[in-house]
Design a protein. Structure first.
Length: 103
């Protein structure tokens, strides 16, 4: 496992999409909270490398603002193209800090 600290847990509000640059990681990490649960993944859309931070959450999916591609927040599966997959990271919260497993 390769865990990195991303942010403080209280920095993430329900339904808000935020990205964080992490030392040693090329692409910022997107973090959101849905139904009280924290979700993290890459901040770039796998369709055309557009930032997902300005996207929206709809019915359990993260929808890209550029072309409307939608990705399941739990699994990363794309509802538009089964060959595409949004990378979702496992989260651990320790002492109020959000860590993601990049392994």
């Amino acid at each position: 496992m390769f865990k990195v600290r991303v942010c403080a847990e209280d920095q993430i509000a329900e339904g808000e999409l935020k990205s964080f640059s992490v030392d040693g990681v090329d692409i910022p990490i997107l973090v959101t909270r849905v139904d009280g649960e924290l979700v993290a993944g890459t901040s770039m859309c796998p369709h055309e490398d557009v930032s997902l931070v300005k996207g929206r959450i709809c019915d359990g999916e993260l929808v890209c603002r550029a072309h409307g591609y939608a990705f399941n927040l739990r699994t990363g599966a794309c509802s538009h193209d089964p060959k595409l997959h949004w990378r979702v990271y496992k989260i651990t919260v320790t002492s109020g800090h959000v860590y993601v497993d990049l392994a």
